[in-house]
Design a protein around this ligand. Structure first.
Ligand SMILES: Cc1ncc(C[n+]2csc(CCOP(=O)(O)OP(=O)(O)O)c2C)c(N)n1
Ligand code: SF4
Ligand SMILES: [Mg+2]
Length: 303
């Protein structure tokens, strides 16, 4: 794709990615911090907004594409990943970001996650994990802790939560990280790294819901609870160790890169490109295909 843009790539700042829409999240919602981290990451990537497509599902968190100047598509609940994959296949040169909530990604959309991972398109998937259905006024989500009392579980949840980190690691995601808006610098850096990773990259953001979330998930508490993987000396190329650490989800608040595949496999779109090139010359022209179809139809009617 042409990078002809009135702005020189050298001068991109966070402002170039901030749209004129004013976010309507509750004051204090963690998603404000996530969108700020995304602006910062995009400013370092230096791709103009018209080369970026930002796809989301439905939820408070899924409003995020509208707050950026990238092309945006606020799609259907749980269907951001299939739509993003289609967009990436149609135009592999676009930088495609996907975002949504824990409900969007691991409840209604949970079935799409393994298939996106095994195809390995070059997408960055950011989940704002607030352990609640925020938009629909605070019901249990797939990541709500056991015992959580909500409008849909007045006596407390009787289910164990899904572990998003272990889930994506188990299916083979090449880049897996977790961040918190309380550590803006760390979050922006890991989103940048996720975008730069050539393949499916997943960032779980513990993004507090101030309205329906628990006190121990809020920004102030995050600052005290977070433990940076880098400071713990974690080797992000060690997948088994990453899986061990990921088991601490819901107990220890690890932040940073859990896993980065040191030998990224080919992306889905690069394999498609290769196959198209290999098959060039063997494929039938459209007129040939259509005339063959009408002959087949005539034979079928005659028989
Ligand atoms: C097919 C369908 N089912 C249910 C809904 C209702 N609905 C909208 S958002 C949502 C859950 C949102 O939770 P989450 O994805 O965690 O996002 P959050 O609002 O917490 O950011 C639900 C159940 C819907 N819009 N479409
Ligand atoms: S309900 Fe929760 S998730 Fe939704 S905007 Fe308000 S604080 Fe954020
Ligand atoms: Mg949620």
């Amino acid at each position: 794709m042409s990078t002809e843009c009135p702005l020189s790539p050298e001068v991109f700042t966070t402002k170039d990615f901030r749209s004129s829409l004013k976010p309507i999240w509750c004051p204090g919602c963690g998603d404000y911090g996530v969108v700020t981290a995304i602006y910062r990451a995009l400013a370092t990537i230096k791709r103009p907004p018209h080369e970026i497509a930002f796809i989301s599902g439905i939820g408070c968190s899924s409003r995020i594409p509208g707050y950026t100047t990238a092309y945006g598509f606020n799609t259907v609940h749980g269907r951001a990943l299939p739509i993003a994959q289609g967009i990436k296949m149609a135009n592999p040169d676009l930088l495609v970001l996907v975002a949504g909530g824990d409900g969007d990604g691991f409840s209604i959309g949970g079935g799409h996650v393994p298939h996106a991972i095994r195809r390995n398109p070059d997408l960055t998937y950011i989940v704002m994990d607030n352990q609640i259905y925020g938009l629909t006024k605070g019901q249990l989500s797939p990541t709500s802790p056991r015992g959580k009392k909500t409008s849909s579980s007045v006596y407390g949840s009787m289910e164990d939560p899904v572990n998003p980190l272990l889930y994506v690691l188990a299916y083979g995601a090449g880049f897996v990280a977790q961040g918190v808006p309380a550590d803006m610098e760390g979050l922006a850096k890991m989103i940048e790294e996720a975008i730069r990773y050539p393949g499916f990259a997943f960032v779980n953001v513990q993004s507090p819901c101030i309205t329906y979330g628990d006190a121990d998930t809020q920004l102030k508490t995050q600052r005290m609870r977070m433990r940076k993987l880098e400071a713990e000396g974690h080797d992000a190329t060690n997948r088994l160790r990453a899986m061990e650490l990921a088991q601490e989800y819901g107990r220890t608040l690890y932040t940073g890169v859990f896993y980065r595949n040191p030998n990224p496999p080919p992306t889905y779109e690069s394999q498609i490109r290769e196959r198209q090139q290999n098959l060039r010359g063997e494929t039938m022209a459209l007129e040939q295909l259509l005339s063959r179809k009408s002959t087949d139809d005539e034979n079928l009617t005659a028989s």
